[in-house]
Every structure is written in structure tokens, then in C-alpha cells.
Design a protein around this ligand. Sequence first.
Ligand SMILES: NC(=O)c1ccc[n+]([C@@H]2O[C@H](COP(=O)([O-])OP(=O)(O)OC[C@H]3O[C@@H](n4cnc5c(N)ncnc54)[C@H](O)[C@@H]3O)[C@@H](O)[C@H]2O)c1
Length: 304
Amino acid sequence: MSEEIRLDGRVAIVTGAGGGLGRAHALALAARGAAVVVNDLGAARDGAGSSDSPARLVVAEIESAGGRAVADASDIATPEGAQALAGAALSAFGRIDALVNNAGFLRDKSLAKMEPLDFEAVLRVHLTGSALMSRAVWPAMQEQGDGRIVMTTSAAGLYGNFGQSNYGAAKLGVIGLMNTLKLEGARHGIRVNAIAPVAATRMTEGTVPPEIVASTPPGLVSPAVILLCAQQCPVNGAIVVAGGGYFALARMVETEGIALAPADVTPEAVAQLIPRISDFTRAQGHDDALSALRVAVDAITSRE
Ligand SMILES: NC(=O)c1ccc[n+]([C@@H]2O[C@H](COP(=O)([O-])OP(=O)(O)OC[C@H]3O[C@@H](n4cnc5c(N)ncnc54)[C@H](O)[C@@H]3O)[C@@H](O)[C@H]2O)c1
């Protein structure tokens, strides 16, 4: 058996932790010893309205199990709300070791029927909110020389899902955010990763078959979040797929490319290349944009 992963003495913020996955993460982090700031705006499934009771109820659950937590009802999609939440963590517990960017809501419709405001609102809560929160906790983590940030992405962003152009764009956006923050955080001891969860919550109500609902309680995702929030976090820039006890890693990859001579570069030549460059058996991922560029430059400079 490997050593138990504990978060005693560590402080974690979980956004949108009044229900669903966030609540499960908050309970699990507290059970492993972390002091938790339970944030939730108390919004409806579409983001409308607010209430401070969901966050307070989760804090009561944590406290009755012997854990430490405080409630916060800030709107993480605004700069003021994000700063207020980071400030609440610092004044309650004096440090911030982990941030789980989990809050969000849906406004599903095919793009042609979607109001521009519904596109923007979903981007704001998932993507801008994750950036604002990461920025708000950054100085504390940088000063500590230690920090863990967990983004919440989705298969809808990684692979697409009908009716979710706003959500999918936001969820792939948080991967772009992670890809840069993993580089900017590395020299400060800050690791930034993502989970792509599958869980039966109010967000997935009515969209998931009953047999999947029964086998995907949110609590089966939280162990991955605990690992990514712990000192022992073994990865940086990883996308951990988690749900129902299933775990996998997802990543962006590029096939082995072919460099044409400049005089040969025509649309027809590209069309002819497609079958040859569609072979993913030797595809590889890249740690950053420069590494990807280097591979292309090598191919260009070594072409016959
Ligand atoms: N359930 C799944 O299968 C699944 C799959 C992929 C991704 N996700 C993602 O997981 C996260 C949690 O989703 P869930 O399924 O638990 O849904 P949920 O609706 O139960 O939880 C989302 C919570 O975020 C809160 N919230 C919304 N806007 C907020 C804001 N501006 N500030 C603070 N809190 C806010 C809501 O009040 C709600 O409690 C979301 O980011 C979601 O996109 C879920």
C-alpha cells in the first residue's frame, strides 16, 4: 500500500461547491485534513439567481464530520468576487494551497439559435472565472513557493457536443489557460492540472441514461482532485478523465508531419498529403508551443 495522501495544514478553495461535484470535492478535501473555503453563488442550473445557503449547508456538513470550513457566496465570474473569495480564504486560514475551479452553468442551444449574451455568460463563468480565480490566488501561492490549481474541463470541450458551443469553447479554453499557467507556475512550485469529470449531478440531469447516473456519483471523481491538490501531486499540465471509477489521461497530439518545398505548396498538394499525415500511430504531444515549433522547423530544415 502506498502512503496515505493527507492535506493536513493545507487550505483549499473549491468554487461552486454548494452541490454536485464541488460539494463532493469539498467534503473529500476536508476529510483528508484540508481547511476548505466552500464557495457557491447559489445559482440555478442556467446561472440565474443567488443564495448563500448551498455553501453554508456544505460547511455545516464538513463541520459535523469534524472538519474545518468557511462559506463564501462570491460570484467568481467577476474580478471583485474572485478577489473577495481569495481574501476570505486568507483571512480565515492565512494561506491558499489549492484552488479547484469548478463553478459553472449551462445555456445549451445550437449556435444559430443562441443569444450572444448566453455565449458570453457561459464563457465568463467557466473560462474567465477560472482565470480570475487563478490570478487572485497566484500571489499567495507564489509567496509560499507552493500551490495547486485544478481546472474543470469536459468531454464537450475536448471533443464537442451538440448544442454546447459556448460550453465547449469555455471548457477547451480552460485547457489553454492551464497550458500557459503550468509554465508560468513551474518556477514558483505551482502545478496546474485539469479534470474532465463524468458525474450524475443536476447539470447532467435528463441527459444521462439512468444506468450511468447510478454508476457515476460525484464522489468517485474527488479522489483525483485530492491527488492534484496534494503536495504529492505527480503531474503538471495533465488532463485527468475521471468518472465512475474510470481514470484516463487526455492530451493534444500532432501526427508526424511532412514538409513540402515552398514551390510545391498548393491546395492540391495539401489534399494529397492528408492521408499520409492522418496516421496517428506515431503522433506526439508537446510540452509547450516552442517544442511544437521546433519539430516543424526540424522537418522544414531537413526536407530534401
Ligand atoms: N457533471 C458532469 O458530468 C460534468 C461533466 C463535465 C464537466 N463538468 C463540470 O463540473 C463542474 C461542476 O458541475 P456539476 O455537474 O457539479 O454542476 P452543478 O450545477 O451541480 O454545480 C455547479 C455549481 O456552480 C455554482 N455556480 C454557478 N455560477 C457560479 C458563480 N458565478 N460563482 C460561484 N458559483 C457558481 C452553482 O451554484 C452550482 O452549485 C462544472 O464546471 C461543470 O461544467 C461536469
